[in-house]
Design a protein. Structure first.
Length: 152
């Protein structure tokens, strides 16, 4: 699977563990940085990763900041993105089955690399359930996106 990944200064260490992990699973990774402790702004990385997802250049995106919260807020502003901030295995599975999320946000300051890797593995492996009720609800989310979008 093609996957884009991005992090800020508070998430790059976890990203640098996650990238080789993903490659060892056979995934093709586009790494948009960041690469050191110099302070940067998480929305810039959310935008780069999410653009790739929306453009269909990659199937999924992974975003890491200190908490995962800023990244998830920024990502969910972008039409076509369904981003889940997920720090447990139950939610990682459920958000694929129910929400068909295409971006995963993680917080380096919240969980360790072992848990993060298992969350990522489950999130990547779990298919969308495609139940009628889930499709309908995702459609309603899309309607909200359309209704409140300021751009055509
Ligand atoms: C950076 O200090 C931190 O605010 C950022 O990584 C993230 O946690 C924001 O939500």
């Amino acid at each position: 699977m093609k996957i884009a990944i991005g992090a800020d200064h508070a998430g790059y260490r976890l990203k640098d563990v996650v990238v080789p992990f993903l490659e060892s699973l056979g995934h093709e990774i586009q790494d948009f940085g960041w690469h050191n402790e110099q302070s940067v702004d998480y929305p810039d990385f959310a935008q780069q990763v999410c653009n790739q997802v929306v453009a269909g250049e990659v199937e999924r995106g992974i975003l890491i900041c200190g908490t995962g919260i800023g990244m998830s807020i920024a990502a969910n502003k972008i039409p076509g993105i369904r981003c889940a901030l997920t720090h447990d295995l139950f939610s990682a599975k459920a958000t694929r089955e129910h929400n068909d999320t295409n971006v995963l946000a993680l917080g380096e300051r919240v969980i360790g690399p072992g848990v993060a890797q298992e969350i990522i593995r489950v999130w990547l492996e779990t298919p969308f359930s495609e139940g009628e009720r889930h499709i309908g609800r995702i459609g309603k989310v899309k309607s909200l996106e359309d209704k409140y979008s300021t751009h055509p």
